[in-house]
Design a protein around this ligand. Structure first.
Ligand SMILES: Cc1ncc(COP(=O)(O)O)c(C=O)c1O
Length: 300
C-alpha cells in the first residue's frame, strides 16, 4: 500500500458569531500539525457525542457543495440549540484546510462542532480535517449490496418528536455504524433504513435515489432524514437535462419495483445498488457513469 499524504487540520478558534477578533492575524482558525492537535477528555463531543458535523468532498482541489454543507451545519446546530455559528469562519477554514492538502483527485473533509467542555463557558470546540478519500470509483463500478433495516421510528418522527433530532447531522453515529456491522452479518455492504411504518428513508451515511422509468425519486425530506447535498446536486443535474425528479413517500415494496437504485453521499459520491435484501436490482453502468460525472463536475 502506498503511504497517504498527511491530513491537514484547521482548528476553529472563533466558531460563534460575534466573538471578538484578537488582532490583525486572527482569521478565526489556525492550520495546525494534525499529530499535535488534541481534544480535552471532558469535551462533550467525546463524552456524549453531543455536537454536529459535516462530511465534504473535495474533488481536484474544489470543495463540493460548500454552501449547502454550511447551511445544513447551521440547521443541525440550531436543532441542537448550539450557539449560532460563524459560517464565514467555517467557510474560510474549509477552504484553507483543502488548499493546504497535497493535491489529490478526491479528498474528504470532516467538519466537527461539539458543545465544548463539560462545565465550560459554552464555546463549541470545532475543527476541519482534510484527508484522502477512499477511491469512489470502486463502488461506482462494482456497486453495493444493501439490506433494509427497521429504523424504529415512524415516518412522521420529525414532526411528532423533534427532540429525537432525526434529520440533524449529530455526532451520535454509533447506531449508523452498528447497522453496518448488522449488514455485514447478513452478508451485505450497506443499509437502507425503513421507518417502523414501512417507508424507505436513507442509508446510515447516504441518501437513496431511485429511478422509476424516466422519473428519479428520493424520499421526502420531512421524514426525519438528512437533506443530502449529493442527492440535491444529482437532482439539479438531472433537472438541467430536462429529467423529472420528485420527493415522495416510498414504501419499501415500491422501492423494490425501481428500475435502478443508488446510494449517494459526499464521501462515496454514487454507488449503484446491485441487490436489495438479496434480490437483484437492475444496474445501468452508463447511467451511473453519467450521474457520477455530473456529481464530480459540481463546483459550488
Ligand atoms: C444519514 C445520512 N444521510 C444522508 C447523507 C448524505 O449526505 P451528503 O450527500 O450531503 O453527504 C449522509 C452523509 O453522510 C448521512 O450521514
Amino acid at each position: 500500500m502506498t503511504a497517504q499524504p498527511p491530513a491537514t487540520v484547521a482548528v476553529v478558534d472563533r466558531p460563534m458569531r460575534g466573538m471578538p477578533v484578537q488582532g490583525p492575524s486572527d482569521v478565526g482558525y489556525r492550520l495546525v500539525d494534525p499529530d499535535l492537535v488534541t481534544i480535552h477528555v471532558t469535551d462533550l463531543g467525546v463524552t456524549r457525542g453531543d455536537g454536529v458535523f459535516e462530511g465534504l468532498g473535495v474533488v481536484d482541489g474544489a470543495v463540493q457543495a460548500l454552501e449547502p454543507h454550511l447551511l445544513r451545519l447551521a440547521r443541525s446546530a440550531a436543532m441542537l440549540d448550539l450557539p449560532e455559528l460563524d459560517l464565514d469562519v467555517f467557510r474560510a477554514a474549509c477552504l484553507a484546510s483543502a488548499a493546504a492538502h497535497e493535491p489529490a483527485p478526491f479528498l474528504l473533509q470532516k467538519l466537527v462542532v461539539t458543545r465544548g467542555l463539560e462545565g465550560g463557558d459554552g464555546t463549541p470546540t470545532a475543527w476541519v480535517r482534510t484527508a484522502v478519500m477512499d477511491d469512489p470509483a470502486i463502488e461506482r463500478r462494482d456497486g453495493i449490496s444493501v439490506v433494509s433495516l427497521d429504523r424504529g421510528y415512524r415516518h412522521d418522527v420529525a414532526e411528532t418528536s423533534p427532540w429525537l433530532l432525526q434529520g440533524a447531522k449529530t455526532l451520535s453515529y454509533a447506531v449508523n455504524k452498528s447497522v453496518l456491522r448488522e449488514a455485514a452479518r447478513r452478508g451485505a455492504d450497506d443499509v437502507l433504513f425503513v421507518s417502523s411504518d414501512g417507508y424507505a428513508l436513507e442509508g446510515p451515511s447516504a441518501s437513496l435515489l431511485a429511478r422509476f422509468g424516466d422519473r428519479y425519486t428520493t424520499p421526502r425530506l420531512d421524514l426525519g432524514i438528512l437533506a443530502g447535498t449529493t442527492q440535491a446536486a444529482a437532482f439539479e443535474a438531472l433537472e438541467r437535462q430536462g429529467v423529472t425528479v420528485e420527493y415522495a413517500l416510498l414504501t419499501l415494496d415500491r422501492v423494490r419495483e425501481a428500475d435502478a437504485l443508488w446510494l449517494v453521499s459526499s464521501g462515496r459520491q454514487i454507488a449503484p445498488v446491485t441487490t436489495l435484501d438479496g434480490v437483484s436490482v437492475p444496474v445501468d453502468g452508463a447511467e451511473t457513469e453519467r450521474l457520477g460525472e455530473a456529481l464530480v463536475g459540481r463546483r459550488r
